[in-house]
Write a new protein. Structure first.
Length: 278
């Protein structure tokens, strides 16, 4: 069954890549389309997770259907822009991450709020989804390195993985903060500590860099979301009561400033080789 699901996913990605490239919706990359990994990468990634959590909660509180439609439209537009660029562009890349953060949060919340699936169940579900994506990606491309994102096919795998990490992280954060009743800030401390594990293991014990990256990347989601909820939710819910809308706006403003800096100075421009000829 697992093998069948993996084969189906690979076939779908191959079809999407071929058709979208042929009709001009996507364009084949001329160089790697992800940033170099540095301190600002992790800072902005944490901000996008908090922004996505707060924005999703703010929109869903109004009207679930309208929120879902807006989230999907933003997600689709952002990914089209990202796939249409042929090199890494800071504004396009981080806009895509922001919209994936919002849509990924909604994808996780809908299982709990609309279908009544407990957070433990949705956490396991999205962990399996992510595992399948990683398995198929590695089986077909022989690498999960983000520095190898130099073809449309690999980029599709990459963004599917990113979407799955956001949904998984949202479910895991809600599991610890709400179901396990740890609260938001203690959950942030928990995930922050777990995020240090791959960093130390890579630094001191030569942990594989790809494993360390994805380990930390998955954990940025529940860390950032727990911090955002801690600031935005009411004091009765173990938060500071600032409000979802305010936290979303502050996070978005910080992201815009940092991305503008990256766009102007380009310290995160990928140094890897150009994409192979198609």
């Amino acid at each position: 069954m697992y093998s069948s699901a993996a084969s189906t996913l690979d076939g779908m990605i191959e079809f999407m890549s071929s058709i979208a490239t042929r009709v001009g919706v996507f364009r084949q990359p001329l160089a790697a389309k992800v940033p170099e990994i540095g301190l600002l990468f992790w800072v902005i990634k944490l901000l996008t997770t908090g922004m996505g959590e707060a924005t999703s909660d703010y929109l869903v509180a109004g009207n679930l259907v309208v929120a879902a439609a807006a989230g999907f439209i933003g997600f689709a537009i952002a990914l089209w822009i990202q796939f249409y660029t042929r090199r890494y562009v800071a504004a396009a890349y981080w806009f895509a991450v922001m919209m994936v953060a919002v849509f990924g949060t909604m994808a996780a919340d809908v299982l709990h709020k609309s279908f009544g699936i407990p957070y433990a169940g949705s956490t396991v579900f999205y962990a399996v989804v992510l595992a399948v994506v990683f398995y198929v990606w590695n089986r077909q491309e022989r690498t999960l390195s983000i520095h190898s994102i130099v073809t449309t096919r690999r980029e599709i795998y990459y963004w599917l993985s990113v979407l799955a990490t956001f949904a998984l992280g949202t479910a895991a954060g809600d599991l610890t903060a709400r179901s396990m009743k740890l609260g938001y800030f203690p959950s942030a401390v928990l995930f922050g500590g777990l995020m240090l594990v791959p960093a130390v293991a890579w630094w001191r014990f030569k942990l594989n860099a790809v494993v360390a990256f994805w380990w930390a990347y998955v954990l940025t989601r529940p860390l950032g979301a727990s911090l955002a909820d801690g600031f935005s939710k009411t004091r009765a819910a173990s938060g500071l009561g600032i409000g979802d809308g305010t936290v979303a706006l502050i996070s978005a403003a910080a992201i815009v400033v940092l991305v503008a800096y990256l766009a102007g100075t380009r310290p995160d421009a990928e140094l890897s080789a150009a994409a192979p000829p198609q």
